[in-house]
Write a protein of this length. Structure first.
Length: 432
């Protein structure tokens, strides 16, 4: 079974000749809201949450990573299930608070936090600010003193290279993220000596887009080792240990999904290993998934505006491109362009018999959403859908390039569609 067929079977039932999202035909959504748009199936969001909650031990709390998709409707859906939120900017702080997240359930991580951002976070009473450098620790302290408050902080650690893994390594090498493990004691001592901060614990993040359960659990084990060593040095357990994100989804045909059954078993064994360890007594464990919860729920849909043949190559030219979905174009971290799973979603029953490039309307060869893709023979007016688009889509893309309107965002649930972000003209988004 090919990748698209597997996704349709698993997440989008009833999609025989035409894609159905949340029980609604894709053509109906396009007619109602126009193209291009992102559509999210609420039932997939719910299923991914339930699977992750079932996989993780009860000692683990989940903080959804807002950067993956900051739409307030999605934040509210996870908040209703008991999630916290992990943010990385003042803008995401406002989004989290507006969505109704209690401040104490917000974690603020990320390098380069400004004084204004720290002041906003401290004034709102966020649960923890995760320190990324010795200078940032001093900056947090200065802001807390100015506000007459005490900052609750965790220390993000860049661990050693021995347990690194994932499609994008974040630690184990020189990095702007976190304090190098060899400097941990020095920075911790400075935090403990500062009455303006309340040192709570550690944040370990080694990589992202991890599809191997063993790699993930080895990183968690390494985090526990660091936490136990530090707790022994302090003479008491840490309040929190944040294992970060990292859980991946398979974008390409050569990738296999994270084995959640294997992950569950290995995590149960890991919890058994530390049972009764006084150095971890009462420590709250956290994970910060983003992509894992939302990627598979989302589809980017654009309409074919032109079909042309140039020197023997066929192009489906659609009305949206890398300005809306940079990741699908391969310009958000891919070294070699590989196609996201995609299909002509108004012709699902047709044979994939045409080798085409799917390109957007921008004046650059970078605006290629798919290269040499085998798709159904289409006509102008048909819809192309790019799957796995719920994460790092709209807000991770150069929306201002060529000043096209932004795509709409639609949530589909039980046969009902709701506009959760309207289409905007660029002059309204970036006024002169």
């Amino acid at each position: 079974m090919d990748h698209v067929a597997a996704l349709l079977t698993q997440y989008f039932p009833g999609s025989d000749r035409e894609l159905r999202v949340g029980g609604v035909s894709i053509r109906e959504i396009a007619d109602k809201f126009g193209t291009p748009f992102f559509a999210y199936d609420a039932s997939v969001l719910d299923r991914k949450w339930a699977l992750l909650r079932e996989t993780l031990p009860p000692e683990f709390s989940i903080c959804y990573s807002v950067k993956a998709n900051p739409n307030r409707a999605i934040l509210r859906r996870f908040l209703e299930k008991g999630a916290g939120l992990e943010i990385a900017s003042a803008g995401e702080l406002r989004q989290a608070l507006t969505a109704g997240c209690p401040p104490e359930r917000i974690l603020f991580a990320g390098p380069g936090k400004t004084e204004a951002e720290l002041e906003a976070a401290l004034a709102s009473g966020v649960g923890e600010i995760h320190v990324e450098s010795a200078l940032e620790a001093r900056r947090i302290s200065a802001v807390a003193r100015r506000l007459g408050t005490q900052a609750r902080v965790g220390l993000r650690v860049n661990p050693g290279a021995e347990v690194q893994g994932g499609a994008m390594r974040m630690g184990g090498k020189p990095a702007p993220f976190g304090v190098d493990e060899e400097s941990l004691d020095e920075v911790t001592d400075a935090l403990l000596a500062d009455p303006a901060v309340d040192f709570r614990g550690l944040h370990i993040f080694s990589g992202t887009q991890i599809l191997d359960a063993t790699v993930l659990v080895n990183q968690y084990r390494r985090g526990l080792e660091i936490a136990r060593r530090l707790a022994g040095r302090l003479g008491h357990p840490l309040a929190t240990l944040d294992f970060g994100g990292g859980l991946g989804v398979p974008y390409f045909a050569t990738e296999r999904p994270l084995d959640t059954h294997k992950l569950r078993e290995q995590l149960q064994a890991l919890m058994a290993e530390i049972e009764g360890d006084r150095r971890l007594a009462g420590t709250r464990f956290l994970v910060e998934p983003g992509r894992y919860l939302v990627a598979e729920a989302g589809i980017y849909v654009a309409r074919i505006n032109d079909i042309k043949v140039s020197r023997g190559k066929t192009f489906y030219i659609v009305d949206g491109g890398m300005n809306h979905h940079l990741a699908a174009s391969g310009n958000l971290g891919q070294v070699i362009k590989r196609n996201f799973p995609l299909a002509v979603v108004t012709r699902l029953g047709a044979e994939s018999s045409q080798t085409v490039d799917v390109v957007g309307p921008l004046c650059t060869p970078l605006d290629t959403l798919a290269r040499d893709a085998m798709l159904a023979l289409a006509e102008v007016g048909d819809l192309v859908g790019i799957f796995q688009s719920g994460a790092y889509g709209l807000t991770a893309s150069p929306l201002g390039f060529l000043s096209h309107a932004t795509p709409a965002e639609v949530l589909a649930a039980d046969g009902v569609t709701t506009l959760i972000r309207p289409r905007l003209r660029m002059e309204d988004v970036l006024p002169s």
